[in-house]
Design a binder for this molecule. Structure first.
Ligand code: DOR
Ligand code: ZN
Length: 343
């Protein structure tokens, strides 16, 4: 049987939620990944080190006893985040980065940043204390076409942030456009990007052609095929500026299969298998380990993992739901066959 053994990967962007949902999804992430960057967009958002420690503890309590997994905590940047908050975070072992959500850009982002130039003092403090800034890069102007929001964020805000804070490490999260790929490639070493499995596998037809398929609805929204191709080229290029971040974002199926459904694709159940499919199709399986296991750790200045995982070329069928019928999550590729399986 064909197998692929790589250094155990990390997920540099995921949502594990809390409460009952956390218990359902965490084993999926922990089975695959040694570490994961945990997004802070809970209700209410995780804005202080004290809250991050409580959340980290909840995650560790929910972790099955036989699993080895480290949650890397992030704090949610608001208009009120002070230099003192940032200093405390830099001194804590638990918190590794701050997340910038433009207010209203996505799920639970109401408390996000309404005026980006107004938080420049906080960005200066992040630069000073050497904490990475993780960005949901979409403008929120309701008049801006949803398919242009990432490109306009780069033109309007990201350019300025990078110029003003040359030493600030920035991750442009879940890039979806050729413009984002170009920007990250062309700009300073301090700027990197994560790429999700759904943006590598699907274009907007999956969401909209032949019927509306809410389980493909995420933010930033899926784009045209030309953008998907640019993402595949970036991910499989071996350029260390691009690394794995699933943005796995579980929502109850009932909250997605409705007149106004939530944004988020659930991919933690088969993340590395989905990426393997993309890399194999691009004839670049030899580049998967760098993307999944090395470049993110290097960027965050954390040690690379030392254990390995093995994937087998063996088909399996993704369950149609996880959880129970009343509290179900519909995963990416539900009911479909995958060609790689984690041993
Ligand atoms: O689709 C998304 N879902 N995009 C995000 O940025 C947030 C996430 C969520 O938390 O559900
Ligand atoms: Zn996310």
């Amino acid at each position: 049987m064909k197998t692929l053994t790589i250094t155990r990967p990390d997920d540099w962007h995921t949502h594990v939620r809390n409460g009952a949902l956390l218990k359902t999804v965490l084993p999926h992430t922990a089975k695959q990944f040694a570490r994961a960057i945990i997004m802070p967009n809970l209700k209410p958002p995780v804005t202080t080190v004290a809250q991050a420690l409580i959340y980290q503890d909840e995650i560790l309590q929910a972790l099955p006893a036989d699993m080895d997994f480290t949650p890397l905590m992030t704090l949610y940047l608001t208009g009120k985040t002070s230099e003192a908050d940032i200093k405390l975070a830099a001194e804590s072992d638990a918190v590794v980065a701050f997340k910038l959500y433009p207010a209203g850009a996505t799920t639970n982002s109401d408390a996000g940043v309404a005026n980006i130039t107004a938080i420049f003092p906080a960005l200066s403090a992040l630069e000073k204390y050497n904490l990475p800034l993780l960005i949901h890069g979409e403008v929120t102007d309701e008049h801006c076409d949803i398919f242009d929001r990432e490109r306009l964020f780069i033109e309007t805000h990201l350019n300025t942030i990078v110029k003003n804070f040359p030493a600030l490490r920035i991750v442009l999260e879940h890039v979806t456009t050729s413009e984002a790929v170009q920007f990250v490639k062309a700009t300073a070493k301090t700027v990197a990007a994560t790429i999700t499995p759904q943006h590598l596998l699907f274009n907007r037809n999956a969401l909209l052609a032949g019927g509306i398929r809410p389980h493909f609805y995420c933010l930033p929204i899926l784009k045209r095929e030309q953008h998907r191709l640019a993402l595949v080229a970036a991910a499989t290029s071996g350029n260390p500026k691009f690394f794995l971040g699933t943005d796995s974002a579980p929502h109850l199926s009932s909250l997605k299969e409705t007149a106004c459904g939530c944004a988020g694709c659930y991919s933690a159940h088969a993340a590395i298998e989905l990426y393997a499919e993309v890399f194999e199709r691009a004839d670049a399986l030899d580049k998967l380990e760098g993307f999944a296991s090395f470049y993110g750790a290097d960027f965050y200045r954390l040690p690379r993992n030392t254990t390995t995982i093995t994937l087998e070329k063996q088909t399996w069928t993704v369950p149609s739901i996880y959880g129970d019928a009343e509290h179900s999550i519909t995963p990416l590729k539900a009911g479909e066959t995958l060609s790689w399986r984690l041993r």
